[in-house]
Design a protein around this ligand. Structure first.
Ligand SMILES: [Mn+2]
Length: 325
């Protein structure tokens, strides 16, 4: 259970055989996607390979301090020289190829698929899927060992960040011995936990904290186990905030003792609202989201809906009460 397997030989061989790679990950990239991509670029350069990170979507500002984040190629248009000057695409964190949002461009490429999600469809020419890996960055660390690359401080930091974000700061169930031993090795190689924590948890724009203040004024608890909150266009204006400032807002109602399900209703434009849902344990909010045309995971899901906002709140509370009983 705690033994983490080595990067497979056919993957190492494949990587050594090419000269230049494009590295991509999923749409709306998270810390694991960005940190793994930027870490892998540096590892490949170390063994004399060229590599370009191509992300369809702009990475969140949070990860801007990572080395190389300013040199990523962002957007739906291919980077210079693509595809002729590349020997293959390395797709990270995508259970299906279309998760990267660039599948049409990559259709004719030789694909290396590296992932830790359940249900990966093994769409690559080479596939390395380890669902026990705490983060994809932890697999990239093992890959660096297989390639016998000594990590520099920047690479260690990028990979360490993937562990912190995917384990929720070593709080989630994937905080396994493998997560801690990789973290230990990466800190030994020069990753700075304090600096990473500062980037992730102490670098919020003022507008995001002010928006949180506005949201908390709307907090309601419905019979102890359900919490709801609202973010309106007016509140965005008051706080000077934008939609990028909403990340993590829903964690605050969820942090209340006894609360097992949360709905955050956020105004997107005049009539449209995004309903974000979080739950604990067996409470399935994915089902609820799907019934409303949305989706997600059992404990984190969402859907779009039309107002008015008071009706939306009433409806979602009723649905959550039904899900709880
Ligand atoms: Mn991940």
């Amino acid at each position: 259970m705690t033994t983490n397997t080595k990067a497979p030989e056919n993957l190492l061989k494949k990587l050594r055989s090419g000269h230049r790679y494009v590295i991509t990950s999923h749409i709306n990239p998270d810390g694991d996607a960005i940190g793994s991509s930027l870490g892998l670029v540096r590892i490949l350069r170390n063994i004399g390979k060229g590599a370009v990170v191509w992300s369809r979507d702009e990475p969140p500002k949070l990860y801007r301090s990572l080395a190389g984040s300013d040199r990523m190629h962002v957007g739906p248009e291919p980077p210079a020289g693509f595809p002729e000057s590349f020997d293959g695409a390395i797709v990270l964190e995508c259970p299906t190829l279309d998760r990267c949002g660039l599948e049409e461009h990559l259709a004719d490429m030789s694909i290396i698929n590296i992932d830790h999600h359940l249900g990966n469809e093994h769409y690559g020419e080479v596939n390395w899927v380890d669902t026990a890996a705490p983060s994809l960055g932890e697999m990239i660390y093992r890959l660096s060992q297989g390639l016998m690359v000594n990590l520099d401080q920047e690479t260690a930091t990028a990979l360490y960040l993937t562990l912190v974000t995917d384990t929720g700061g070593f709080r989630f169930a994937n905080s396994t011995p493998a997560a801690f031993s990789a973290a230990s090795a990466l800190v030994t190689e020069g990753a700075h936990p304090e600096q990473v924590a500062h980037w992730l948890y102490e670098s919020q724009p003022e507008s995001a904290v002010r928006l949180l203040g506005e949201m908390l004024k709307t907090l309601e608890i419905h019979g102890e186990r359900i919490a709801t909150a609202i973010v309106t266009q007016e509140m965005f204006d008051t706080a000077g905030a934008s939609s990028s400032d909403t990340e993590g807002l829903i964690d605050h109602p969820r942090s209340i003792a006894g609360v097992d399900a949360v709905a955050l209703i956020r105004q997107v434009d005049e009539e449209h609202f995004k309903v974000s849902l979080r739950s604990r344990g067996d409470i399935d909010v994915e089902k609820l989201a799907r019934q409303n045309g949305g989706g997600g995971h059992r404990n984190a899901a969402g859907y779009m809906a039309d107002g008015p906002i008071a009706d939306l709140r009433e409806k979602v509370v009723k649905a959550l009460q039904a899900a709880l009983s």
